[in-house]
Ligand binder design. Structure first.
Ligand code: SF4
Length: 443
């Protein structure tokens, strides 16, 4: 951010401007204002700069990590490789089981060029309880763990600084269905209630900003009080934390630290657009990272679809980064296949949102795919699909010898119609020009 404000040319911004198909100067201005953040790392060579924010393609994040009951680091590495293969923009390690430093090192190595995030509160709590016997670790212990992650080269971190002691006390006395559903937020709330102290990240906020500035890492302000049931959405707790996070985010920007704010959570579809607009208005247009949102509570086993519906609407309304959910959400730790399914659902949601948010700039591939569909160009359709192996399996599961597919066979509209069509049909280049004028690299 300081580089964008002070110098006319920044390598990473030139790279981002080119890959997103946006004007360099406009991008530089937005980074200077904090409306776009560039997640990258000067300590880890080879990490690809990924920009998140206003006017850019909606990005997708995949969470991986061991749990307290399933510690299989090889499985988590496999999930990381799958997420990279299927096009995630960022990765987060949410591990809570095993040797957390070693797990992080292995996952970061597997992530390669993809920016890597963590939630340091987990390790602060787990190692702290181990060391001190209960949740009475000193407040600067939380900062020490943040510093350790920064020194390891973590690119962005969820920091739940917005949940104040007052909000934590209100949450446990609230009549919410699910008072707190954020794991890190709950750990911090318990710490505050047990020790009768203010949130350690708030207490040491100035030092925290210095650390992130020194290491050129991004703060993702966590939403500890996000609604965990659609009935709890947009209540005093959620909005109270959003106000607190917005104030903190504006302060971080004023001091040259890149920041984004995390959002819900569970909420019905009619609240999603209002939620994004409220956040953007309160924060002054800073990047919004939404966890779903899940638009119903009953999609057990299919929560990746429930969240993709919310995510598409959120992205269309201006959300900038979407956290995927898997079919295992609310049921258990996902396997490799669930990671792939969740990521693909989130990528479709992000792109569907971009077709509204960015218009023609995002539509190039849609126009090209439509043209190839009408031409029965199966090679193109399959090779450019989100999962070519799956597409090929679906295309070939029933035998036939026509150039159409087995859905309509000889009655395929693209076989029946051509001889009646006007010779004045638009050519491919004209169609691309007319409907998909952008050069945004999407798939
Ligand atoms: S056979 Fe039917 S479904 Fe298949 S390409 Fe033709 S029109 Fe589409």
């Amino acid at each position: 951010m300081p580089e964008a404000r002070n110098s006319s040319y920044v390598d990473e911004l030139a790279y981002v401007a080119k890959s997103e198909g946006v004007d360099y100067e406009a991008l530089r201005r937005r980074v200077g204002l904090g409306r776009v953040i560039v997640v990258r790392n000067v300590r880890r060579a080879g990490v690809r700069p990924v920009a998140v924010g206003e006017g850019l393609r909606t990005k997708v994040n995949v969470n991986v990590g061991t749990s307290g009951t399933v510690v299989n680091v090889d499985l988590e590495v496999e999930k990381v490789r799958t997420a990279v293969k299927f096009g995630t923009d960022t990765l987060m390690d949410l591990s809570t089981g095993g040797d957390l430093d070693e797990v992080r090192r292995r996952l970061m190595e597997a992530a390669g060029a993809v920016p890597f995030g963590t939630v340091p509160t987990y390790q602060a709590w787990i190692d702290g309880v181990r060391k001190y016997g209960s949740a009475n670790m000193p407040s600067d212990w939380f900062l020490a763990v943040v510093e350790k992650h920064l020194k390891d080269g973590v690119d962005f971190m969820t920091i739940h600084a917005g949940i104040t002691r007052e909000l934590a006390e209100k949450a446990v006395r609230s009549r919410r269905i699910a008072p707190l559903v954020s794991r890190g937020g709950t750990m911090l709330a318990i710490w505050m209630l047990e020790n009768r102290e203010e949130n350690p990240y708030l207490k040491h906020w100035d030092y925290l900003l210095e650390l992130f500035k020194e290491h050129d890492s991004v703060i993702s302000l966590g939403d500890a009080l996000r609604p965990g049931a659609t009935a709890d959405a947009h209540d005093e707790l959620q909005i109270g934390e959003l106000l607190s996070n917005s104030r903190l985010a504006r302060d971080a920007v004023s001091r040259g630290v890149q920041v984004m704010i995390e959002g819900p959570g569970h909420m019905t579809l009619d609240k999603v657009v209002a939620d994004v607009r409220l956040m953007k208005s309160l924060s002054g247009g800073l990047p919004y990272y939404v966890l779903g949102p899940l638009v119903t509570d009953v999609a057990v086993g299919y929560d990746h679809i429930a969240s993709a519906i919310g995510a598409a609407v959120a992205a269309a309304a201006g959300a900038d980064l979407i956290c995927y959910l898997t079919p295992s959400e609310h049921l258990g730790l996902p396997g490799v296949e669930e990671v792939k399914e969740g990521l693909i659902a989130a990528r479709i949601a992000a792109h569907a949102g971009d077709l509204v948010k960015l218009g023609r700039r995002a539509a190039h591939e849609d126009v090209e795919m439509s043209i190839r569909r009408a031409l029965l160009d199966w090679n193109y359709q399959i090779s450019r699909s989100l999962d070519p192996e799956r597409s090929m399996r679906l295309k070939t599961q029933f035998q036939h010898d026509l150039s159409s597919c087995t859905m309509c066979g000889q009655y395929c509209v693209f076989l029946l119609l051509p001889k009646y069509l006007s010779e004045r049909r638009l050519e491919r280049e004209e169609l691309l020009e007319k409907y998909g004028g952008g050069s945004l690299l999407v798939w």
